[in-house]
Design a protein around this ligand. Sequence first.
Ligand SMILES: Cc1cc2nc3c(=O)[nH]c(=O)nc-3n(C[C@H](O)[C@H](O)[C@H](O)COP(=O)(O)O)c2cc1C
Length: 311
Amino acid sequence: MNRVLQHTDARYPIVQAPMGYIARAQLASAVSRAGGLGIIETSSGDVAAIKAELVRMRELTDAPFGMNLPLLFLRDIAMVDAVIDSGVRFVTTSAGSPAKFIGPLKQAGIVVYHAVPTVKAALKAAESGVDGLVVEGAEGGGFKNPEEVSTLVLLQAIRDQVDIPMIAAGGIADGRGMAAAFALGAEGVQLGTRFVSAAESPVHQNYKQAILDAGDTDTVVLNKKASPCVRALKTQNSRAIAEAGLMPPDTLARVKELYFGGDMEASIGLAGQSAALIREVKPAAQIIQEMVDGFFAITSRLGGLAHARQF
Ligand SMILES: Cc1cc2nc3c(=O)[nH]c(=O)nc-3n(C[C@H](O)[C@H](O)[C@H](O)COP(=O)(O)O)c2cc1C
């Protein structure tokens, strides 16, 4: 059993990414029930709503799940207590330094993985005592580092320097990406955009459809000179922001109108380049099963090549 499976207790090393408002009980329970690891987000910042989601999650599944703390966006310290009191055994931290929170989380017996976009951030996280890393390449959707390093390079460059377990994120949508990530040293994968467009994802059909329609050049990185820097679907709004260079500070304030109202111009629709690999809305269980089957088909083909010493 690899280290990510030991740390998460999931059947498969396939993690559903934390995503504000989206990574809640409806989606996370479907992923956890199917053998992956659902994650409950806290980036929406509403402590009462997150506590209610935790209650719902326990009603919907007995399977293990995790939570995420996006440290830079943490507005209320009560959220950290809610995570510690939740009883989850696995937490990812992201967007900021884990140093301040690693102590209380670990004292509570929680395994902590920190999301990193560069080798420097990985070394710093390892030094602060995290148990593992979520290695987030520039292809991924959501909050990004303006210094864009691809998942392909990042996994290898980090593995050259530290030996803690890595969950690969960014650009992975199926068993092919999972096999590639494992070849580079990952012991798990995390998928965001693929699960935004899962059947159980609570977002409006327009957002799911925009992901299905997107090709390889249909996302854009915005706000590189300010915070937050994000990757989002190309729309009239996001193209205008890209043109202007800076994102108006209230852009994400109306994100629920896009996510749940289906108005794709109300805000920006966070998504990664992996949108180009997604053609159908599918239930989480099917996504996970096809991913596992695809992973083993590819690794057994490669094992055959290795056995015959052929290319
Ligand atoms: C809609 C959306 C919202 C996201 N919100 C968060 C978040 O709240 N916290 C976080 O750590 N990562 C967030 N991410 C990034 C994901 O954790 C993950 O790294 C990324 O989605 C991986 O790339 P992929 O979209 O190609 O699968 C978000 C991604 C998306 C698509």
